[in-house]
Design a protein around this ligand. Structure first.
Ligand code: ZN
Length: 237
């Protein structure tokens, strides 16, 4: 059975509405995205070294804490700006940097396995790009080989790489699917992301039970029977 959740139909790139004319107030608290596939990054995003980014972010985070009235001479607080900056650059947003992209180790499909391979319940930690608070959930990924296969842990690493960015769930789902298609040279890819957004549960409407499901099916997974088989593997209990 599929869990209860909000099923978002991911529109094609052409269908994504243009938000450029809207003010921040008009966009409000809704999670709308302007770019479906590419994370909006500046061309000079990686000209600054990681060390300089950490120093700059620590400097600005210190200002945020100071503005909130926190006493930065306190033993418990004084290391926080540096800790947060390191965590941003080296851990939770490390997937912004293409240098950190997992290298693909592909193998020939020696066993001539021509059915779907499903990797389910992949742990997913990301952060919402609208509020910078966590998105916590699972990803379920499947592909049908057209000649190449990939090490199983690589699928987890691809999910993690794209999750370690400020994200919207729709884009994360498509980015994982695109990467697998490109890496494995197959169109037959399915990705489901099922996640809770702390910006929905811990603040705002404070709904602790809802989750958001996004899905991307392409190639043979667009066929109803193939999709049904994938879903039966993922949601059998
Ligand atoms: Zn949010």
């Amino acid at each position: 059975m599929k869990p209860n959740g909000t099923l978002l139909n991911i529109p094609s790139i052409k269908e994504v509405s243009d938000l450029s004319g809207l003010s921040l107030e008009e966009i409000g608290d809704d999670h709308l995205t302007t770019s479906l596939v590419e994370t909006p990054l500046r061309a000079d995003a990686f000209e600054m070294s990681d060390e300089d980014k950490i120093a700059t972010i620590a400097h600005h985070f210190r200002h945020i804490m100071d503005t909130l009235g926190l006493d930065l001479t306190d033993d418990s607080l004084k290391g926080t700006p540096q800790r947060v900056a390191k965590m941003y650059v080296q851990e939770i947003f490390s997937g912004l940097n293409p240098a950190n992209k997992p290298k693909a180790a592909l193998f020939d499909n020696k066993y001539h396995y021509d059915q779907m391979l499903v990797e389910k319940d992949i742990t997913l930690f990301s952060n919402c790009e609208h509020h910078f608070v966590p998105i916590i959930g699972n990803a379920h990924v499947a592909y049908i080989s057209t000649g190449k296969v990939i090490g199983l842990s690589k699928i987890n690493r691809i999910v993690q790489y794209y999750a370690k960015r400020p994200q919207v769930q729709e884009r994360l789902t498509v980015q994982i699917a695109q990467e697998l298609k490109q890496m494995l040279d197959t169109e037959h890819v399915a990705v489901i992301v099922d996640a809770k957004h702390l910006c929905v549960s811990s603040r705002g409407v404070e709904d602790r039970t809802s989750s958001t499901i996004t899905a991307h099916y392409s190639g043979k997974f667009a066929e109803e029977a193939v999709r049904a088989e994938f879903l039966s593997h993922v949601y059998k209990r």
